[in-house]
Design a protein around this ligand. Structure first.
Ligand SMILES: [Zn+2]
Length: 425
């Protein structure tokens, strides 16, 4: 048995071989499927419907035989079978906490928090034993702040359970208690830096931060550079959801997010639920080993891809690439799925373009896709640019589009990247 509180974070399992990692995950998977089959109504009925027993799922690939569970399925199951929808495995000890996430989704919290995934993420970001850490995530209702709080205990770091809000108090605490670590959203960290500067403090000199761990929001590279410059610290992010916990985290190399150890992450075709090859973009689906609320093939709704090349940090876990968007932003044109990230990829090749939007309409029962483009400045050969964009869009998306140029400011700031204006009647 591994003692999870001490010594675990010294890279014991993060550097194991691919074969051993797979063997470990297979063992954990069959454990949770048997356990779930016996003790969770929802998992039991999933196998009943599928018409086979947990022993039919031997390899990670066999997960494809099981259905995907979406957030809406969880919400509906909880309405029919309150409060936890039958997904729970509740022991005689009962439940320590009930968390409530948007949906609403109710989630039982265990008596002893043993999930090491957030602790791994915090370690990779540089938080160590003895650090004094400001936890500005919200402690109410949702589990994230408490999970991180418990994870800091595993790392033997001190936590200040402050939650968000009251920025000047946060700054005073950071100075008085010599805070070395920050946990919270990147935008809240930016607010702290702005407020500190407004108080004529130098965030580098007057705050003592060594590490900042951010999450729960998109984290643009420009914001990271700004914050890292102003604070002179490494800022690393992790990816996860309230339903399935931490799925991946950045290491100091900052080249994607290493998959967490105690979870199975699949990238699947949103239509078929089949696993995609490494590098292909699909939906992130997770199977967790929680002893109280395991999720089998839970669909996050987020799109990404896997990276297998070795990482200089020494960890051998594959990495998740960028989060490219949500599955619900997809639009079907001429029967072909079009994702905003595909359009972004094409348009990144045209540096003269300031802004763009695709509008889908329907005329005479035929789909029409128009790409509106704002240029940074007028160029002599607009017709040539139009032809190049149309050609590259068609190559990438397999659907024809018509490019039209609009004046600067012609596309509203918060417009949807793909605006579907078709009326079905
Ligand atoms: Zn790494």
């Amino acid at each position: 048995m591994i003692d999870r509180r001490h010594g675990y974070f010294q890279r014991e399992k993060e550097t194991i071989s691919k074969e051993n990692r797979e063997a470990y995950l297979k063992e954990k998977l069959s454990e949770i499927l048997y356990h779930g089959y016996r003790q969770s109504k929802a998992i039991h009925s999933m196998f009943e419907k599928a018409g086979f027993m947990p022993d039919a799922v031997k390899e990670l690939k066999d997960l494809e035989k099981l259905p995907i569970t979406k957030k809406a399925d969880l919400v509906n199951a909880q309405k029919e079978n309150p409060p936890f929808g039958g997904f729970e495995i509740v022991s005689e000890a009962g439940v320590r906490r009930v968390y409530i996430s948007p949906g609403p989704v109710f989630e039982p919290g265990e008596w002893d928090y043993e999930d090491i995934r957030w602790a791994q993420a915090l370690f990779a970001c540089g938080i160590r034993k003895g650090d004094v850490v400001l936890n500005t995530f919200n402690y109410h209702l949702t589990p994230l702040a408490i999970m991180l709080d418990e994870s800091l205990r595993m790392l033997e770091a001190t936590v200040i359970p402050v939650g968000p809000g009251n920025i000047s108090m946060q700054i005073h605490l950071m100075r008085q208690l010599q805070v070395t670590g920050y946990l919270g959203t990147p935008s809240f960290l930016m607010s702290i830096v702005d407020a500190a500067e407004g108080m004529r403090l130098d965030p580098k000199r007057d705050l003592h931060l060594k590490a900042a761990f951010v999450g729960a929001e998109m984290f643009p590279e420009s914001l990271r550079q700004k914050l890292e410059g102003k604070l002179e610290v490494l800022i690393r992010q992790a990816y996860g959801t309230v339903d399935v916990g931490c799925l991946g985290y950045e290491c100091p190399e900052k080249n994607g997010m290493h998959l967490s150890e105690d979870v199975i992450v699949e990238i699947v075709d949103t239509e078929t639920g089949k696993q995609l090859e490494i590098g292909a973009t699909g939906e992130i689906v997770a199977t967790t080993f929680s002893k109280v609320f395991p999720m089998i093939r839970f669909a996050t709704g987020d799109l990404s891809y896997l990276i297998e090349d070795p990482c200089r940090c020494g960890r051998t876990a594959m990495r998740l690439g960028k989060i490219l968007g949500r599955t619900d932003q997809v639009t079907k044109v001429w029967g072909i799925f079009i994702h905003p990230w595909q359009v972004d990829e094409v348009m990144a090749r045209f540096p003269g373009v300031a802004n763009y939007q695709i509008v889908v309409t329907r005329k005479d029962y035929r789909d029409q896709m128009t790409m509106y483009i704002e240029l940074k400045e007028t160029i002599p050969d607009q017709a040539g640019l139009k032809r190049r964009v149309e050609r590259e869009m068609e190559e990438a998306l397999k659907v024809k589009s018509q490019v039209e140029f609009v004046q600067k400011g012609g596309i509203p700031d918060r417009a949807r990247k793909i605006d579907d204006r078709r009326i079905w009647e």
